[in-house]
Design a protein around this ligand. Structure first.
Ligand code: 13P
Ligand code: SF4
Length: 337
């Protein structure tokens, strides 16, 4: 059972910009009743809580059974023996858990589960593009709705996009919806000498799109020896300046392995919070950029969906969407493993 000392120990070193991510011992004490009640309900309902690396620290360290990036959490969802999955993230991630577990109850506690990238494309766009570009393999980033996945051939995540694009046999590929990740993938394929004609859609993540290469130059000049870690949703000019490019869990593993002492992360600052907690002796420079959608998750909403879920809290998908989207996600596992 989590007590205030253990919770405070985990949260006390988190210093990211947002005051909501600062924890005193008193604040930890005030969180304990909700945490204990959630633990009780998890046991009663045979529920498991999955939480993405970007959600609030009190969820990650207070109640989550598994944390990770989109790929890791999808695999965990697939392998979970629990009857109920509560997915603290954004809607497309909870949908992916449902796609992989159609017979289970999947609850989305996030009432604002939008994602600027996933919401940039709908099924009507994919139908139009498929008619416009026949003979192309349609590759979708996992940051898409289940309805979009159901119309695509294979899904990818930030941890396997380059590898899967290399392995796809067809020379003609349409990648959606992230134009920046698509441009990064094209550069990667060129650097590997892989001949492929990759068309990309126009979407972007409003958090990662903001980063500029000049900021990397500035931070490097101010912090000699700093290592720069970049998410592949960033611009190619930013990725080109990185010491490491990869998924959120990939960045976490990089810091774990690195003997370096200071790091600049170009991704949502929830990840910086985890790293400050796990590696208090290391220094994380740069400012905090937040994804308001991921930060819309709260302990109160997790408690609510476990105690008394409303119909909107359940992730429900039609049999056609489930079937098409499952084929698309399963092909990702085949290519990635
Ligand atoms: P990861 O799969 O790398 O965690 O990324 C998810 C995401 O939404 C990044 O903005
Ligand atoms: Fe979507 Fe960007 Fe938020 Fe990731 S950070 S969930 S891509 S809006």
């Amino acid at each position: 059972m989590l007590d205030v000392d253990r919770l405070y120990e985990k949260l006390k070193n988190i210093r990211v910009g947002n005051p909501l991510c600062r924890f005193t011992r008193e604040r930890c004490e005030s969180l304990l009743p909700a945490i204990s009640r959630i633990e009780e309900l998890k046991r009663e309902r045979n529920a498991v809580i999955l939480a993405h690396n970007y959600v609030a620290p009190e969820i990650l360290y207070g109640v989550a059974d598994h944390t990770g990036d989109s790929y890791g959490l999808s695999k965990t969802a697939l392998q979970s023996g629990a009857g109920v999955i509560v997915f603290a993230a954004v809607r497309f991630m909870a949908e992916t858990a449902k796609i992989l577990n159609p017979g289970k109850t999947v609850l989305n506690p996030n009432r604002n589960g939008a994602c600027s990238l996933a919401d940039s494309i709908g099924p009507a766009d994919v139908r139009r593009l498929r008619a416009e570009f026949p003979g192309h393999t349609f590759v979708c980033y996992i940051n898409t709705s289940a309805a979009v996945k159901a119309l695509c051939d294979v899904c990818v995540t930030s941890s396997n996009v380059y590898r899967i694009l290399e392995r796809i046999e067809n020379e003609n590929v349409y990648f959606l919806p992230d134009k920046l990740m698509g441009q990064n993938a094209i550069q990667h394929l060129q650097s590997k000498g892989v001949r492929k004609n990759v068309r990309v859609y126009e979407g972007a993540c409003h958090v990662h799109e903001e980063y500029r290469p000049e900021s990397v130059d500035f931070v490097r000049a101010q912090n000699p020896g700093v290592e720069v870690l970049v998410h592949p949703e960033c611009r190619p000019a930013v990725v080109g300046k990185a010491d490491f490019t990869g998924s959120t869990t990939g960045m976490l593993d990089y810091v774990r392995r690195s003997p370096g002492q200071s790091f600049f992360l170009l991704t949502e600052c929830g990840l910086t919070g985890i790293l400050q907690s796990e590696f208090p002796e290391k220094r994380f420079v740069g400012s905090c950029t937040m994804c308001e959608y991921m930060k819309s998750n709260s302990l109160a909403d997790i408690l609510r969906v476990l105690e008394n879920p409303s119909p909107e809290d359940h992730v429900l998908l039609s049999p056609e969407i489930l079937e098409g989207a499952r084929r698309c996600v399963e092909r990702m596992f085949e290519y990635a493993e």
